[in-house]
Design a protein around this ligand. Structure first.
Ligand code: PLP
Length: 377
């Protein structure tokens, strides 16, 4: 936790649960990514955290933006970015939304199917398009790809088809999976992409852009490589597979841009056991759970570090759960979480690295709980 966030909690004592994001950390992440991959354009994946303060900061720093719908496009435009810095990267778009994006000046679209390509041609004629290819998602704590992308053979035929349509095929994209802790995972995807480029070149279609996706991690309980290490691995893979014809590249960091910038403060609502059996683990119920913004604890995939201040007791294994009346609202039962044995009802706990994929995942009013409050400082 940064000194700025610690001071905010100490001085302002905001009502819990709430997220506090240190914008200086976002700026530092942006600069580190830019330094790690100086030849890549950065398209911030807006879905990770679309707060106006974050979008305005990144717009000012020169970032571009990966968006998934018209509402996100409008938020980016309101933050001061121009439409030429926006990619409509969702491969699943209503035709009316494509038309709305086109009317706002957006000219870069993703697709992974013939039907989507036809929608883009009709609703956004003349636009640049790129085809998303499938990746394995190996090595990622939050894999994405089964749902998105097509295989390389299909990508090849779709890009050739696009050439004969009223759109401009410029390249290919992939996403190696979110919270990708292995920088080498870009290698396989880039090998496939380079093959695709060569095959299309033989058919007379020259592509110029590779969208390297997101996947840059945030440090949770396990340690992760630095942005610099990702930069080295990706640059090596580009050289290995494209030789002296390295294409334009873009990256779409979401989690890696904002995850470590935020801290959620929560309060212990109840500590209890289910029987008089002394060996049983205690249940610790917090005032935030899966429906309050911690959806990525699904299958205990993302394991946030927890900090308890002012308790010196021996850490004891616990089960951690949220406050709602849904039995799915358990955060950690299999993962090894320990909290001080003198933890008490009313204590505050800080959940670290919660700047990404929290506020927007928060339910509107499940059990009457309000959406997660957030403060950007
Ligand atoms: C979600 C998403 C990202 C961001 O992924 P992170 O792992 O958070 O960096 C990037 N690109 C696309 C197309 C996405 O859907």
């Amino acid at each position: 936790m940064t000194a700025k966030i610690a001071r905010y909690f100490a001085e302002r004592r905001p009502a819990t649960p709430c997220l506090v994001v240190d914008l200086d950390v976002v700026e530092e992440n942006f600069k580190n990514l830019r330094k790690a991959l100086p030849d890549s354009a950065i398209y911030y994946a807006v879905k990770a955290n679309p707060a106006p303060e974050i979008l305005a900061l990144l717009a000012r720093l020169g970032s571009s933006f990966d968006t998934a719908g018209v509402a996100e496009i409008d938020m980016v435009l309101a933050a001061g970015a121009t439409p030429d810095r926006i990619s409509y990267g969702n491969t699943i778009k209503k035709e009316a939304d494509i038309a709305a994006a086109y009317a706002r000046g957006v000219r870069l679209y993703a697709f992974d199917s013939e039907a989507e390509l036809e929608k883009i041609e009709r609703a956004a004629p003349g636009s640049e398009v790129f085809c998303r290819i499938l990746t394995s998602g190996n090595g990622a704590d939050w894999p994405l790809s089964r749902k998105f992308g097509c295989d390389v053979a299909m990508a090849k035929s779709l890009l050739l088809k696009a050439r004969d349509m009223n759109v401009e095929p410029i390249g290919a994209s992939f996403h190696v999976g979110s919270q990708q802790r292995d920088p080498k995972q870009w290698d396989e995807a880039l090998a496939a992409t380079a093959n695709l480029f060569r095959e299309l070149e033989a058919d007379g279609l020259t592509l110029r852009m590779v969208n390297l996706g997101g996947g840059f991690p945030t440090k949770y309980k396990k340690s992760v490589p630095t942005a610099k290490q990702y930069g080295i691995a990706i640059t090596d893979a580009l050289r290995r597979h494209f030789g002296n014809r390295i294409p334009e590249t873009i990256i779409e960091p979401g989690r890696g841009m904002v995850g470590n910038a935020g801290v959620i403060q929560t309060e212990v609502v109840l500590i209890s056991k289910k029987s008089h059996n002394k060996d049983e683990r205690s249940w610790v119920f917090l005032d935030i759970g899966k429906f309050g913004g911690l959806a990525e604890t699904m299958d205990e995939a993302i394991q946030y570090p927890l900090v308890v201040n002012g308790r010196q007791g021996t850490p004891k294994p616990v089960i951690i759960a949220g406050p709602t009346c849904d039995s799915a609202d358990v955060l950690y039962e299999k993962a090894d979480y320990r909290l001080p044995e003198d933890l008490a009802i009313g204590d505050k706990i800080e959940i670290l690295a919660t700047g990404a994929y929290t506020t927007t995942y928060s339910a509107v009013a499940f059990n009457g709980f309000e959406p997660l409050k957030a403060h950007y400082i």
